[in-house]
Design a protein around this ligand. Structure first.
Ligand code: FAD
Length: 501
C-alpha cells in the first residue's frame, strides 16, 4: 500500500521547504521528497545569502514579480523563524569613469521595480560609507539585506515537519506515473500517492518535468565558486560591495558580501559544467576571486581565506546564449496537477516566500482546506549562545551546565547546542546536518578541534560509529577499527604474495 498525500513536493531546497511550511497552515496531507540526507544541501545552502531588492531583474518578468514580493516578506519571515537577517545595504561600484553610465541603467531598472531610496553617490561619499573600497562612483541600495540561507531552509523544513508535513530525506524520485488526483511517485524506498505535485527539484527539475511528460526545458548547471574570509577581517566592509554586472555574463559578477555571522564571501565565479553535482572548488578560481575582489578592496590577502565552496545555478540559457532566463512558475497543459518551478536561479532565495504563497493558493484552489491547528507560527531551533551577554550565559549555565562546555571554540558553540542539533525535527544526523544547524566546524580550524567531540556526542546519542557520515550516503567517517584494518591489510598482503608465486 502506498502512502497517500494531497500534495507531494519534490525537492527540499528553500523553495520546496517554503512551500511545505506555507501548506502546513492548512489541514492538508503534505510530503516533501528530498534525494539528499538533509534539506538545503543543494543550491539553497550554497549561495550569497543576499535578499535582492529587484534591481537586477527585468520589469514585468516572473522573476521581478516574485523577487520584489519576496524581498518585502523576508524580514518578518526570518524573524518568525529565528533566522539571522541584517539590512546592511549594497553599493554597486563603478571602478572607472566608463562604468558610471551603467549605474544609471541599473537605477532605472530598480525604480521600474519600485525599489526605494536608490541614489548614485560620488567617490567621496562612497569613501565615507566604505573607507576601504576603491571606486569612481556607486549606486547605493540601502534596502538590500543579507540572511543565512541554510538556516532559513532548515527552519522552514523543520517548522513544516513540526506542523505535520512528512519530510522524507534520502528519497530521490525516480519515476512518476498516473495523472492529477492519483499520481504514483517512485523512490527507491517506497511508492507515494499524491493528488498534486510540486516540482521544486532545482537542478533536477527538468528531469522531474520529463517524468510527467513535459519536455520543454533543459537545465544547464553553472558553477559559482566562493571563498570565505576569516571573521578577523569581517570589519573591512560595512555593506555588500558589488561590481557593475558583466554584460551577457552568467552571474552578477564577483562581489564582496558580509555574512550574518561576520565573515566575508568573495564570489561567485560563473562556469558552465556538465555535472550539477560537481561542486568542486579550484585554486585557479580562488586566485581569480582574490584578484578581482582586490581591485575594490586592495587590503585583501590570501591568508584571510579560511575555506571555499561552490553553488550551482540551474540555468535555462546555455553558455553561448549567455545572460539569464526567466523563472518558470506554472502548471503547463501537458501535465495538469503539477506546479513546475524550473530555472529558479538567483534571486530564488529572495523569491521563495512569494513563490510559496503563490503555490499555496494554487493548491487550495484545487483542494479546499481548513486551518491546521498544529501550524507553527514561529520557530526557534538551536540557540545561539555566541550572541548572548555574559550574564545571560551565566544564568543559562546555572540551569543547564552543558551550556558551559564549549565544543566549537572558533564559533563558540556549546554542548547543549550540539545536542539540540543532533535531536533535530528531521532526524538528519550527518556531521554536516549538525554543522548547518549549530555552526560547529565552520570557523578558522574547520572542525580540527570540535569534529571528534561532535562524533562522541553522536555516539552518546545512540548512533553507532559505523553509521556516522559526513553528508549522508556512503560518506562514512569510519571504515572499521584499527584492528580490523590491520587484519584486512595482512590478508591483502598474503594474497598478493600468493599471486606473485
Ligand atoms: C552561486 C549562486 C549564488 C546565488 N546567490 C543568491 C542570492 O544571493 N540571493 C538569492 O535570492 N538567490 C541566490 N541564488 C539563487 C538561489 O540560491 C536559488 O534560486 C535557490 O536556492 C533555489 O532553491 P530551490 O529550492 O529551487 O533549489 P535547490 O536548493 O537546488 O533545491 C532543490 C532540491 O531538489 C532535490 N532534488 C533534485 N532532484 C531530485 C529528485 N529526483 N528527487 C528528490 N529530490 C531531488 C535536490 O537535492 C535539492 O535539495 C544563488 C545561486 C547560486 C548558484
Amino acid at each position: 500500500m502506498s502512502e497517500k498525500y494531497d500534495v507531494a513536493i519534490i525537492g527540499g531546497g528553500v523553495v520546496g521547504s517554503a512551500i511545505a511550511r506555507e501548506l502546513s497552515r492548512y489541514d492538508l496531507r503534505v510530503t516533501v521528497l528530498e534525494r539528499a540526507a538533509d534539506v538545503s544541501r543543494g543550491t539553497s545552502g550554497k549561495n550569497s545569502g543576499v535578499v535582492h531588492t529587484g534591481i537586477n531583474v527585468p520589469f514585468g518578468s516572473v522573476k521581478a514579480k516574485f523577487n520584489v514580493a519576496g524581498a518585502r516578506m523576508f524580514e518578518k519571515y526570518c524573524a518568525d523563524l529565528d533566522v539571522p537577517f541584517k539590512r546592511v545595504g549594497k553599493v554597486i561600484v563603478a571602478l572607472g569613469e566608463t562604468e558610471i553610465p551603467d549605474l544609471d541603467v541599473l537605477k532605472a531598472k530598480g525604480e521600474a521595480n519600485e525599489v526605494p531610496d536608490l541614489e548614485i553617490i560620488d567617490r567621496a561619499t562612497l569613501k565615507k560609507m566604505e573607507p576601504n573600497i576603491e571606486g569612481a562612483s556607486a549606486l547605493n541600495v540601502p534596502t538590500a539585506a543579507i540572511a543565512c540561507p541554510y538556516s532559513l531552509t532548515i527552519a522552514l523544513a523543520e517548522s513544516a515537519a513540526a506542523g505535520g508535513v512528512d519530510i522524507k530525506l534520502n528519497s530521490p524520485v525516480t519515476e512518476i506515473n498516473g495523472t492529477q488526483g492519483a499520481f504514483e511517485i517512485e523512490t527507491p524506498n517506497e511508492t507515494i500517492s499524491a493528488g498534486l505535485i510540486v516540482n521544486s527539484a532545482g537542478l533536477g527539475s527538468d528531469k522531474i518535468a520529463r517524468m510527467v511528460g513535459v519536455h520543454r526545458w533543459r537545465v544547464w548547471p553553472c558553477r559559482g565558486e566562493y571563498v570565505i574570509l576569516d571573521k578577523r577581517v569581517g570589519g573591512l566592509i560595512n555593506s555588500m560591495v558589488y561590481p557593475v554586472p558583466p554584460k551577457g555574463g552568467a552571474g552578477l559578477g564577483i562581489h564582496i558580501t558580509p555574512t550574518t555571522d561576520g565573515n566575508i564571501l568573495l564570489g561567485p565565479s560563473a562556469d558552465y559544467t556538465n555535472d550539477g553535482d560537481d561542486v568542486r572548488t579550484t585554486a585557479k578560481i580562488r586566485r581569480q576571486l582574490l584578484n578581482e575582489a582586490s581591485e575594490f578592496l586592495p587590503e585583501l590577502t590570501p591568508r584571510d581565506v579560511i575555506t571555499a565552496y561552490s553553488g550551482m545555478r540551474p540555468k535555462l540559457v546555455t553558455a553561448k546564449e549567455g545572460g539569464f532566463g526567466d523563472f518558470v512558475v506554472e502548471e503547463v497543459e501537458e501535465a495538469p496537477g503539477v506546479m513546475q518551478l524550473v530555472g529558479i536561479e538567483s534571486p530564488g532565495l529572495t523569491a521563495a516566500p512569494a513563490i510559496a504563497e503563490h503555490v499555496s493558493e494554487w493548491v487550495r484552489k484545487r483542494i479546499p482546506a481548513s486551518a491546521n491547528s498544529g501550524f507553527q507560527e514561529t520557530w526557534s531551533a538551536v540557540h545561539r549562545t555566541r550572541e548572548d551577554t555574559l550574564s545571560k550565559i551565566d544564568t543559562m549555565i546555572a540551569e543547564d551546565p552543558d551550556y558551559g562546555e564549549i565544543v566549537c571554540r572558533c564559533e563558540m558553540v556549546t554542548k547543549t547546542e550540539i545536542v539540540d542539533a543532533i535531536n533535530n525535527e528531521l532526524d538528519a544526523t550527518s556531521l554536516n546536518a549538525i554543522k548547518y544547524r549549530s555552526r560547529a566546524t565552520m570557523g578558522r580550524c574547520q572542525g580540527g578541534f570540535c569534529g571528534p567531540r561532535i562524533v562522541d556526542l553522536l555516539i552518546e546519542s545512540g548512533k553507532s560509529p559505523e553509521s556516522i557520515t559526513l553528508n549522508g550516503g556512503d560518506s562514512w567517517l569510519f571504515l572499521g577499527t584499527t584492528e580490523d584494518l590491520r587484519a584486512q591489510a595482512k590478508t591483502r598482503r598474503a594474497s598478493q604474495k600468493m599471486g606473485a608465486k
